[in-house]
Design a protein around this ligand. Structure first.
Ligand code: GLP
Length: 242
């Protein structure tokens, strides 16, 4: 059963999770973090950056694996998740760029990129703490409904809903890629601790399905119920259907 913590707002959620990430790095300087993109985790990264500025910590050995990437965006596109992770996480936190991995969405390298990524995670010893947001479709990473609970990093097709939700990051809805490469639910479930963050009413149904609904591939978030160590951090609005 997941531990569910209801906090006042996104900033409070960010501070709470940042504190546990800081504690992890203090205990294990080469900790392996599972990084997530989307708007929801940004307060975590901002809070960590403030914490490191106030009380410096050697993070040079910290390693990281991001959940997913769009397929086919030009290298250096500002909305590629590689660019986002560099801009929002690696640079502000002072992480070592070579230690931080994002799946490759270069069409020329698919599908080998998935197996390569899995091997890299295993070589690193697995993920200690995986940050997760959740999509309104219930997706974790980009594992849309129907994804197998055993799935590993692979190419997926985004649903129209997810493309519409992510259109805000692009000049037009047509520019949102149709395909992505994402860690599978099986990959995510191997992380030692899952920390799922959601804020706002728009996530209430996905959170209720993930935490309390039947364990079913039609609700990818429900995969968290198969994991022994899950922390769900939500505001009142995201918790409103629990
Ligand atoms: C994105 C990401 C997910 C994220 C989700 C929610 O498309 N691939 O990892 O959890 O959708 O995004 P947001 O936090 O912006 O609502």
């Amino acid at each position: 059963m997941a531990e569910v913590i209801v906090v006042e707002n996104a900033d409070a959620a960010g501070e709470l999770i940042a504190a546990s990430i800081r504690a992890l790095i203090e205990a294990r300087p080469d900790a392996v973090l599972g990084l997530a993109t989307g708007s929801t985790p940004l307060p975590i990264y901002r809070s960590l950056a403030r914490s490191f500025a106030d009380r410096p910590l050697d993070v040079s050995q910290v390693r990281g694996f991001s959940l997913d990437e769009y397929v086919g965006l030009a290298a250096g596109h500002p909305e590629s998740y590689r660019s986002v992770i560099t801009r929002e996480v690696v640079t502000p936190l002072g992480l070592t760029p070579g230690n931080i991995h994002v799946p490759s969405g270069d069409p020329a390298g698919l599908p080998a990129a998935g197996a390569d990524y899995e091997r890299a995670i295993v070589r690193a010893g697995g993920v200690d703490l995986q940050i997760l947001g959740i999509g309104r479709t219930g997706h974790l990473g980009f594992n849309e409904p129907g994804s197998s609970f055993e799935s590993l990093t692979r190419v997926k097709t985004l649903t129209p809903q997810t493309r519409a939700d992510n259109a805000r990051f692009f000049a037009s809805a047509d520019e949102v890629p149709v395909h992505c490469i994402t860690q599978g639910l099986g990959t995510i479930r191997r992380a030692r601790h899952l920390v799922l963050l959601a804020v706002g009413e728009g996530k209430a149904a996905a959170i209720a399905a993930a935490v309390e609904g039947p364990v079913t591939a039609s609700q990818p978030g429900s995969a968290i119920q198969l994991h022994p160590h899950v922390t769900v951090v939500v505001d009142e609005a995201a918790a409103s259907m629990l």
